[in-house]
Design a protein around this ligand. Structure first.
Ligand code: DQA
Length: 137
């Protein structure tokens, strides 16, 4: 099983960014844990702060599934919604924080309806739950 993990804007700042919300671990730490925990999964990791680059990564995915934390693009990028709809690779939406417990603008995900499912609020475990969901499909 091959999984592409895409992280969007500001997720390269994990470890420094609002640790009270996102924790102290870096994106590299989180990715390394996935590799260690799921030895049978071949992961590719991609992070970008640019909407178009994330769209290109979705279009070019040759993996069996995508785990996508689109960061703030989640809440307003119809272009990422359309990119997910334009490929047949299943996409699982993830968020570290519980977006429904936070500011109102985060309560709406415009990408959720294009994804096979969404997981939020479990910190870095959100990514593990997404791997499990893809493995069980
Ligand atoms: C996030 C939640 C988004 O609202 C926010 O803009 C992020 C991170 C999360 O993982 O909790 O950048 O996607």
């Amino acid at each position: 099983m091959k999984i592409l993990v895409i992280n969007g804007p500001n997720l390269n700042m994990l470890g420094k960014r609002e640790p009270e919300i996102y924790g102290n671990r870096t994106l590299d730490d989180i990715n390394a844990d996935l590799i260690k925990k799921y030895e049978n999964v071949q992961f590719t990791f991609y992070q970008s702060n640019c909407e178009g680059a994330i769209i290109d990564a979705i279009h070019n995915a040759s993996e069996d599934g995508i785990i996508l934390n689109a960061g703030a693009y989640t809440h307003y990028s119809y272009a990422i919604h359309d990119a997910i709809k334009s490929v047949s690779v299943p996409v699982v939406e993830v968020h570290l924080s519980n977006i429904y417990k936070r500011e109102e603008f985060r309560h709406k995900s415009v990408i959720a309806s294009a994804c096979v499912g969404s997981i939020c609020g479990f910190g870095e475990q959100s990514y593990e739950l997404a791997v499990t969901a893809l493995l069980n499909r």
